[in-house]
Design a protein around this ligand. Structure first.
Ligand code: NAD
Length: 482
């Protein structure tokens, strides 16, 4: 059977581009999920123009109209969780339970922002001058470019697009090249749920070609971007240079501290799930585990045993713990970091390319032991199933090691000691802190984001979303009589 052809969607209509490229299943390279009709700058410009045209009427819809669309879309996404989860696992390579969970999360996010559309966001207060009333209202920003990475193909787009629409903005959405099918489905669901043409446009083009339009077109009022630090820097420069709003969620180097006071089995579970869940391809992955001296050896031994039983295979097969790496170039990056760790003196447990019989990018989870904060593997984001262990004398050294990260997205501690947990929460440099939990795994109704090089601009999700997706207006009213 020939693969379906995916096109961009501009002003409610399919738009074919020039170059066609295959969307390949990383679990089985002979399986083509779809053919993608790639878009160039002219399609991106048309999408921005359509969003600008649609803004006038969409921004004047009632919150109830916007809430209804988001709620309907959320219901459909959740009702189709099995099918969309299968598509996501096939396209991106996380296991089916992980992929299905992500789809359900996207549905929850759409429904949450349906409620947010109806929530109060303004202020009414007295002036410091007698007789004058002040209101602070929240207005939509305008056309928002949404640029997303491949590792959460439906949840990240949902948590950007849903608040954009809830507050009355219009959207041009550019997903990552590796995951066009999940993105297409999300846009299709939202459009059929009742969005007028032009409110949400999809551009299936390469970042290098369509990116400059999405960040530089004067009609784009804001850019929300999730991706690597390197790409994000360019996006930021283009966007703020012309005075538009920017929100960036970038890389993460997330330490998980395990102290002598931890429960061993719980700590191992946190490190396994945090480090190797979703093949370690999460910005919040626990990629550095800082372990105090008294528990270090038993912890490493327990990890070795858990890793040897960790089943790597086709993302959609039952009983698989970890799917493939997303593509050939990411696999090469993972292998290079493993090699660099060895060269710098680490012992690496696992980390071999796995042959499963299928033609996929399979890598066994890797644990580099005997590393220090100065090792390359602890300073750079790997974005694969590669975790490094740093041995320290005590909790104070562990906190110091954890705080050497410059991409401070998430940090965790495993301990049964309340004093250690409280101290860590107060003194971690990360934007999100987990106690007796993996560094990955967050809720949608609270702020999400990091510090340092990890985030720029207002936080995403939850009550924080209003900051980026609206602009305030402060109005003063006098009764007009002296
Ligand atoms: P990437 O930076 O390569 O690409 C991200 C997006 O930017 C893609 O859609 C890409 O096509 C687009 N792009 C590329 N060049 C562009 C340009 N010149 N202008 C505009 N857009 C352009 O990232 P990736 O490989 O897709 O994703 C992995 C990265 O994403 C990791 O660094 C990871 O930590 C990060 N990430 C961060 C978070 C977070 O919330 N902090 C969440 C998930 C992923």
């Amino acid at each position: 059977m020939s693969a379906r052809v995916l096109t961009s969607i501009v002003n409610g209509a399919s738009v074919s581009g020039g170059e066609a490229r295959p969307d390949v299943n990383p679990s089985d390279l002979t399986d083509v999920v779809a053919q993608v009709s790639g878009a160039g700058p002219e399609v991106a410009r048309a999408a921005v123009a359509a969003a600008a045209e649609a803004f006038g009427s969409w921004s004047r819809t009632t919150p109830w109209q916007r809430a209804e669309v988001l709620d309907r879309a959320g219901s459909e996404v959740m009702a189709r969780a099995d099918e969309l989860g299968d598509l996501l696992a096939r396209e991106e390579g996380k296991t089916y339970p992980e992929a299905r969970g992500e789809v359900v999360r996207a549905g929850q996010i759409l429904k949450y922002f349906a409620g947010v559309a109806l929530a109060p966001h303004g202020l009414a207060l007295d002036s410091v001058r007698p007789g004058i009333d002040i209101t602070v209202t929240r207005e939509p920003v305008g056309v928002i470019s949404v640029i997303t990475p491949w590792n959460f193909p439906i949840a990240i787009p949902a948590w950007k697009i849903a608040p954009a629409l809830a507050f009355g903005n219009t959207v041009v959405f550019k997903p990552a090249d590796l995951v066009p099918a999940s993105a297409w489905e999300l846009v299709d669901v939202l459009n059929r749920a009742g969005l007028p043409a032009g409110v949400l446009n999809l551009v299936l083009g390469r970042g290098s070609q369509v990116g400059p339009v999405l960040t530089g077109d004067p009609a784009v009022a804001g850019v929300t971007f999730t991706g690597s630090v390197a790409t994000g820097r360019g996006v930021l420069a283009d966007t703020v240079a012309r005075g538009a709003k920017a929100q960036l969620e970038l890389g993460g180097k997330n330490p998980l501290v395990v102290t002598d006071k931890a429960r061993l089995d719980a700590a191992v579970e946190c490190a396994m799930q945090g480090g190797f869940g979703s093949t370690g391809q999460r910005c919040t992955a626990s990629s550095v585990v800082v372990v105090t001296d008294g528990i270090h050896d038993v912890f490493v031994e327990a990890m070795r045993q858990r890793m040897s039983a960790w089943r790597v295979g086709d993302a959609r097969a039952t009983g698989v713990d970890m799917g493939p790496v997303v593509d050939e170039s990411q696999l090469a990056v993972d292998l290079r970091y493993i090699e660099v760790a060895r060269t710098e003196g680490a012992d690496v447990i696992g980390g071999d390319v796995v042959s499963t019989g299928a033609s996929g990018h399979y890598l066994a989870p890797a644990l580099a032991i005997g590393t220090s904060v100065t090792h390359t593997i602890n300073r750079e984001e790997v974005f694969g199933p590669v975790v490094a262990v740093i041995r320290v004398a005590d909790y104070d050294e562990a906190l110091a090691a954890a705080n050497t990260s410059t991409m401070n997205l998430s940090a965790g501690i495993c301990t049964a000691d309340l004093a250690e947990a409280s101290h860590f929460k107060r003194n971690s440099k990360a934007g999100m802190v987990m106690v007796n939990l993996p560094t990955a795994g967050v809720d949608f109704h609270v702020p999400f984001g990091g510090r340092g090089e990890s985030s720029v601009g207002p936080r995403e999700q939850g009550t924080a979303a209003v900051e980026f997706f609206t602009t305030t207006k402060t109005s003063y009213t006098s009764p007009g009589t002296p």
